[in-house]
Design a protein around this ligand. Structure first.
Ligand SMILES: Nc1ncnc2c1ncn2[C@@H]1O[C@H](COP(=O)(O)OP(=O)(O)OP(=O)(O)O)[C@@H](O)[C@H]1O
Ligand SMILES: [Mg+2]
Length: 253
């Protein structure tokens, strides 16, 4: 089939809160009353979107809700996998109050969460799906990159939701991951929404970066992110930061 412009990634264009139906006594509305206010909506104008922000600001909560909207198992894994119930039994209440805008609706893909990666890797090994080698016979970082490189296809439209893919990846492997992002984007068949703390990963050109650090989720430029600024400042003068951190004199380092 020819690639029609309007049917290329991104497929999920927007999510909007159905605010009139929300029970504000429930998590996550009681935890994030400002973020998830009556106006809450997120736009995904580009094939790659990053969620960035401090720990506990709601990135995984929103990503999990999107996973449910896609019909993915909330414990993580691929849309084709018949996973047993994993250790994570959580339900996404938020998803029940979100309206997704798709063009077209996509239900293929993968929800990667680093905390259940081991269960998913065991499932793929047990299935005999050994593209790229058995995942459990590789190091943590190697198996992660094998999963992304060999188990994520682009032959049909798919959406990849990745929660902290940098987990266990060396800086060099994080750059290999950027190369994979480019291949997926070039296929026009893949949309990626990635929660990350990695300043290397969020440097990917042309991505939308959404910051969860303010009262509402807002687009932010790469070099304006806390992660970029703090990492750059720290690496530029680690002695000064360490001295401040340990209330010591810079000369002693
Ligand atoms: N089911 C729940 N009930 C109550 N609180 C919860 C529940 N799930 C998560 N939380 C809390 O909501 C907050 C947001 O969690 P979330 O995992 O979305 O943050 P995050 O932005 O992904 O953080 P991190 O960068 O550390 O992964 C956390 O403080 C967490 O303890
Ligand atoms: Mg998280």
């Amino acid at each position: 089939m020819k690639k029609g412009v309007s049917l290329s990634s991104p497929f999920l264009k927007r999510i909007t809160l159905l605010s009139e139906k929300v029970d504000r006594g429930l998590f996550p509305f009681n935890r994030f009353p400002n973020l998830l206010d009556d106006e809450f909506s997120l736009d995904f104008p580009t094939p790659v979107t990053f969620f960035t922000g401090e720990n506990g600001t709601g990135k995984s909560t929103v990503l999990e809700a999107i996973a449910k909207l896609c019909g993915f198992h909330l414990g993580g894994g691929g849309s084709d996998h018949q996973l047993h119930e994993t250790s994570d039994q959580s339900e996404s209440v938020l998803a029940d109050f979100l309206r997704p805008s798709w063009l077209p609706k996509v239900s293929k893909g993968f929800f990667f969460r680093s905390d259940t990666f081991s269960d998913v890797a065991r499932y793929l090994d047990d299935e005999g799906n050994s593209a790229g080698g058995r995942l459990h016979e590789q190091s943590h970082g190697e198996s992660l990159l094998s999963l992304f490189a060999y188990h994520f296809g682009t032959s049909e439209r798919c959406i990849y939701l990745l929660d902290e893919p940098e987990n266990a990846l060396s800086p060099t492997r994080q750059m290999s991951f950027l190369r994979l992002l480019r291949d997926w984007e070039d296929s026009c068949n893949a949309q990626m929404i990635v929660a990350t703390h990695s300043p290397i990963i969020m440097s990917y050109p042309g991505a939308t970066i959404l910051s969860f650090d303010g009262e509402s989720v807002e687009p932010i430029e790469y070099k304006e992110t806390e992660h970029y600024r703090i990492t750059k400042a720290f690496l530029g003068n680690p002695e000064r930061y360490l001295a401040e951190l340990f209330e010591d004199e810079p000369e002693s380092y």
